[in-house]
Design a protein around this ligand. Structure first.
Ligand SMILES: NC(=O)c1ccc[n+]([C@@H]2O[C@H](COP(=O)([O-])OP(=O)(O)OC[C@H]3O[C@@H](n4cnc5c(N)ncnc54)[C@H](OP(=O)(O)O)[C@@H]3O)[C@@H](O)[C@H]2O)c1
Length: 181
């Protein structure tokens, strides 16, 4: 049970490539998402599907989230790395509390939309958590701008995890008035 265990919240959507990258570096990756079909599609892209474990839960249901997260750690060991794409901060806090019960040193890479760079909600993270924010910005080409593609988002998050800085931005956030609308 000493093998590394990572968690990706929302890991079947635009973070799919991040999930697959983590699976190449961790023995086990648990993936939170409600839809079995999306998880099966992820498995088809994995070099070792046995490393990926679906936690099928709506993260608004905090009781079910806690139960299933504990079960995943019973099966695959304590979680040491979390990449999280969820705008529902009570779920992020509950995940943090549950992981901290079993791990006294873990990392949370919290992926957020660009608006939160300027105006974020408070989030309580346990002392055992090394907390990192990764903001999703946009691509600016002179007077024109566009949102990031999924590939750009995933590549930027992987870079953020590797660089391990307090705050990272994928694409750009300044000047904010140039964002696509
Ligand atoms: N700055 C930018 O460029 C930027 C920033 C943000 C978003 N976007 C764009 O916006 C699009 C839509 O974003 P999105 O938020 O839908 O992201 P997404 O990554 O496409 O999908 C959300 C992920 O979270 C899971 N999820 C969603 N609600 C959940 C819930 N209640 N409980 C558990 N898991 C849940 C989804 O799986 P299930 O549905 O199976 O639960 C999926 O894995 C993206 O495709 C992206 O292109 C762009």
């Amino acid at each position: 049970m000493n093998e590394k265990h990572a968690l990706v919240v929302g890991g079947t959507g635009m973070l799919a490539k991040v999930t697959l990258w983590l699976a190449d570096n961790h023995a086990n990756v648990s993936v939170i998402g409600r839809t079995q079909k999306k998880h099966r599609q992820l498995l088809e892209r994995a070099s070792d599907p046995a490393r990926l474990h679906n936690i099928a839960v709506d993260y608004h249901d905090l009781g079910a989230l806690e139960t299933k997260l504990k079960r995943a750690m019973d099966e695959h060991g304590p979680i040491s790395v979390v990449v999280c794409w969820s705008p529902f901060y009570p779920a992020v806090e509950r995940i943090g509390r549950v992981i901290s019960e079993r791990t006294d040193n873990w990392q949370l890479y919290h992926v957020k939309g660009s608006r939160r760079y300027f105006d974020d909600e408070p989030l309580r993270v346990p002392a055992s958590c090394l907390y990192r924010s990764i903001y999703l910005g946009f691509v600016s080409n002179g007077n024109r701008s566009r949102w990031l593609t999924h590939d750009e988002i995933a590549a930027g998050i992987i870079e953020g995890v590797k660089n391990d800085e307090d705050r990272a931005v994928v694409g750009t956030i300044h000047p904010y008035e140039n964002r696509p609308r």
